[in-house]
Design a binder for this molecule. Structure first.
Ligand code: AMP
Length: 230
């Protein structure tokens, strides 16, 4: 299936063209319409299947289509978020990933696929100084990519407000459980609005992942694609 047939907004479609993509991969052809419709999704797919674009493209589309209007003037007495005429920025999407390498890759994809939109993202992960990450959050972002431990740290320090999240993505959920992130994930999910869209991707579907999907997702579509040939 061609990207032009998937109903993505023009600036996002244009980014797939500049990336050199013509045909959507199977996970993309199946997942993109589901995510665009607002439905929850469980995707069983490995790295190399194009799963990152399968969730980042429709997620950016939804955020782009519902961008708040520009504010002509700022209310007096409140700290302004950016210059007059700028859009107020609210953190509306959260992508959780097990490792900083994956978080970086997802961040690169957001930059690539969102480059023709005004959407902004930040990535946060452990093992490096938190200061540049906190600074990037202060400017206001629409999408945050994070590893669970550093996210909790920054939440506990009051740097991150998850109360306006509309879309949650759990990427490589099986690996996050293997790495012992379940308690962190539970704390993070408890801070999110109940009404949201949740997408869960995992290379394998052990019972523990199924149970989490039952708890955290509502009537999800299930999509499974064959592992990439090695
Ligand atoms: P992923 O499975 O998300 O890690 O993606 C694997 C690689 O495939 C990445 O380098 C993407 O840039 C590339 N890719 C994703 N979707 C497509 C597509 N539809 N056509 C060609 N390459 C793609």
């Amino acid at each position: 299936m061609k990207f032009t047939e998937l109903g993505l907004a023009e600036p996002i479609q244009r980014a797939t063209i500049s990336a050199g993509y013509e045909e959507a991969t199977p996970i993309q052809a199946n997942a993109i319409p589901v995510v665009l419709s607002g439905r929850d999704l469980v995707g069983c797919a490995q790295t190399g299947t194009g799963k990152t674009a399968a969730f980042t493209l429709p997620m950016l589309d939804r955020l782009f289509q519902s961008l708040p209007a520009k504010t002509p003037s700022q209310p007096s007495g409140r700290r302004r978020q950016g210059p007059p005429g700028a859009r107020p920025r609210t953190l509306r999407a959260l992508v959780l990933s097990p490792t900083r390498e994956l978080a970086s890759q997802i961040g690169d994809s957001l930059a690539k696929y969102g480059k023709h939109t005004p959407l902004r993202y930040a990535k946060i992960f452990g093992g490096v100084s938190q200061h540049p990450q906190v600074k990037s959050l202060r400017h206001g972002v629409d999408v945050l990519v994070a590893t669970p431990g550093r996210l909790l740290d920054l939440m506990d320090q009051g740097h991150i407000d998850l109360s306006k999240i509309e879309i949650l993505v759990l990427d490589e959920a099986d690996q996050m459980l293997d790495m012992g992130f379940l308690p962190a994930l539970k704390r993070i999910v408890s801070k999110l609005p109940r009404e949201r869209q949740t997408l869960m991707f995992s290379a394998t579907m052990p019972p523990a992942i199924r149970r989490l999907a039952d708890q955290w997702l509502t009537d999800p579509a299930n999509i499974q694609v064959a592992p990439v040939a090695t």
